[in-house]
Design a protein around this ligand. Structure first.
Ligand code: G6P
Length: 614
């Protein structure tokens, strides 16, 4: 959601900004823009609806000189996606340009007050209110820009990451954040800004991650100064980013999503490295060692997350309840935060988030913290807001995920939840040694089984071709594979725009069966586990209504293979680990169907990778 890039230094800013915006495209957006302080002292703003490439075409015959600039990709919240509402926005004097990620909640009140003072607005955005307010404070009170920003931000309610340029001061960019991420990159006599480190790493690995209510003053030939809204100095360490360019490029794959699907075996090896130790026969998570008493004595776990991470949470619930004998609740963060939940200091909240920036999950964490719960984060993006807001946690270590539809982060999250359940169960003595050892060996074998599964790519591609006609899909699974059905359906709707629903297989007869006919393909996860026979009956019921069945089956299965119209074979594993394998063919099915339909797989319409507004 909304990407921010900034540059101040010795290079031509425009190419750095455009490249930076492209690195942030994965976040999801519908318009783009850039503001430059050009060589002849002008403040030039170019913006367009559409992609960064549209912005490039638009600016191709314009003045793009200058060594200072800010740029933005906008995901529309207030006002439709068009070039007027696109950022940067300019103040009424024409001197200030602002870019903003987030939402100004009291924008309507502020806008009314400013309009009453005669200030005219050009766009429908909440962002324009901010730049007009800053300019109003500056001109009326004769304050410098920093003071004006501080005064204005004290009046603003909402979430934001902003960057501001001043036509009269070409050696400065001012940036600030509250609840939306912002990173400052520090090079040799040059500075960068980014919503995350991806637009920066090409030039420097030294960054400052801004905290909430930080204002960074970036000045040519000076050290970056960070102050708060009342001008108190904030001390920040310069951090080294552990991210390389290869990790954020496609590496020969047509889409990031396909690259990320195929990376999963390596990702899980990275995720388990030093944690699942087959030689020592143990599972070690430092967060559990460091917080043993707190976690061992938890009265209850509450998992909070959104989207795909919530599906991983549903699997986590089964793992923790089965192996640790501790009750677990799984809540949508967006519902939890407004639900007045009964929580106390005996509760442990597990917050799961790929991006570490999801606004609802962050707000839910703050609420749970206030009520005394201990917070355990499971995140991917290193140094993001959620890991910094939690008491402890485990990174999933699957590398940057760029495709909007989450793939490798899901299997990484499930792997961390499995390790957490095993390590805690061992401490609590709620798992037999035999089962613990077999799970360790089997977990360690999962990456190789994933490789075997990925070899069926061509077959899955063929199956996908047959089913692109469908307008609706049903996904069914039971037990550990019920959340897999939900995740499979979500993948399909996210990227192919085909309506799809996931259901626990036995619930089919309480509603979805009414929809089943020859037009509606049903994907059934029918592996040979304890519920196999029950799922077989569901397949009979589906076939009796002439629907086509795509089955995910165990390798040695005969019965389902004979009943299904198409099947994909899964290598054998223990039941609780099946989601790590069964999800992969569903990711591929969704991917190939979306490609066949000519959809923009990596940046599906209306979706954002990092949902920084509620
Ligand atoms: C967005 C993304 C999903 C993701 C969800 C939660 O909707 O498109 O892929 O699952 O946000 O994001 P998080 O970063 O908190 O896991």
């Amino acid at each position: 959601m909304c990407g921010i890039v900034g540059y101040l230094g010795k290079r031509n800013a425009y190419p750095v900004l455009i490249k930076g915006l492209k690195r942030l495209e994965y976040r999801g957006y519908d318009s783009a823009g850039v503001a430059l302080l050009t060589e002849n002292g002008d403040l030039r703003v170019y913006k367009t609806k559409g992609k960064v490439s549209d912005l490039e075409s638009f600016a191709s015959d314009k003045d793009t000189t200058g060594c200072v600039g800010i740029a933005h990709t906008r995901w529309a919240t207030h006002g439709e996606p068009n070039s007027t509402n696109a950022h940067p926005h300019i103040s009424y004097t024409g001197n200030l340009a602002i870019i903003h990620n987030g939402i100004i909640e009291n924008y309507a009140v502020l806008k009314k007050q400013l309009q009453e003072k005669g200030i005219e607005f050009k766009s429908n955005t909440d962002t324009e209110v901010l730049v007009q307010l800053i300019e109003y404070v500056r001109t009326r009170k004769n304050f410098d820009l920093l003071t004006s920003v501080q005064v204005a931000l004290r009046a603003v309610i909402g979430a934001y990451a902003i960057a501001i340029l001043d036509k009269d001061d070409p050696d400065q960019i001012i940036a600030a954040r509250k609840s939306s991420p912002l990173v400052v990159g520090i090079g040799e006599e040059e500075f960068f800004l980014g919503s995350d480190a991806s637009p920066i790493i090409e030039y420097t690995d030294k960054v400052i991650y801004l905290d909430d209510k930080d204002i960074a003053v970036i000045r040519r030939n000076k050290e970056v100064e960070v102050v708060d809204f009342h001008n108190a100095k904030m001390n920040h360490d310069i951090t080294k980013v552990e991210l390389n360019l290869a990790q954020i490029e496609k590496g020969g794959f047509p889409h990031f999503m396909l690259k990320e699907i195929f990376e999963q075996p390596d990702c899980l090896r990275d995720c388990m490295r030093g944690r699942v130790n087959v030689d020592a026969n143990n599972v070690v998570l430092s967060a559990i060692i460091d917080n043993k008493e707190r976690l061992m004595n938890a009265r209850r776990f509450i998992i909070i997350a959104c989207g795909t991470s919530w599906h991983a949470g549903l699997i986590g619930k089964q793992l923790i309840e089965n192996y640790c004998q501790i009750p677990v609740e799984v809540e949508y963060a967006s519902e939890f935060r407004y639900s007045n939940p009964v929580i106390n200091e005996k509760d442990v909240v597990i917050a799961i988030s790929q991006s570490g920036e999801t606004a609802d999950t962050l707000a839910a964490i703050e609420l749970a913290k206030k009520r005394g719960a201990f917070i355990y984060g499971i995140c991917n993006a290193i140094g993001s807001s959620i890991p910094r807001a939690t008491h402890t946690g485990s990174y999933i270590h699957v590398g940057p995920e760029i495709g909007v539809a989450s793939t490798k982060a899901f299997t990484g999250q499930v792997t961390v939840l499995t390790m957490l359940a095993l390590a805690l169960a061992k401490e609590r003595n709620t798992i037999s040694n035999e089962e613990y050892l077999s799970l360790i060996a089997e977990l360690d074998a999962i990456p190789n089984k994933m490789v075997e599964l990925l070899e069926q790519g061509e077959k899955i591609k063929e199956i996908s071709r047959i089913f692109t006609y469908a307008r609706n899909f049903l996904y069914l699974g039971r037990g550990y594979n019920y959340p897999v059905a939900l995740e499979g359906a979500l993948k399909l709707k996210e990227i192919s725009y085909i309506h799809a629903e996931g259901y626990p297989a036995a619930e089919m007869k309480h509603g979805p069966i009414a929809l089943i006919d020859e037009e509606m393909p049903v994907v059934v996860i029918a592996t040979k586990n304890v519920l196999y026979e029950k799922v077989l009956s569901n397949i009979q019921e589906i076939k009796a209504r002439h629907a086509r069945v795509i089955a995910i089956v165990s390798k040695d299965d005969v019965t389902v293979k004979n009943m299904a119209d198409a099947y994909i074979e899964l290598p054998h594993t223990m039941e609780c680990l099946e989601p790590l394998l069964a999800t992969i063919p569903l990711q591929m099915l969704a991917y190939y169907i979306a490609v066949c339909k000519g959809k923009d797989v990596d940046q599906p319409r209306n979706l954002a990778k990092s949902v920084t507004v509620e």
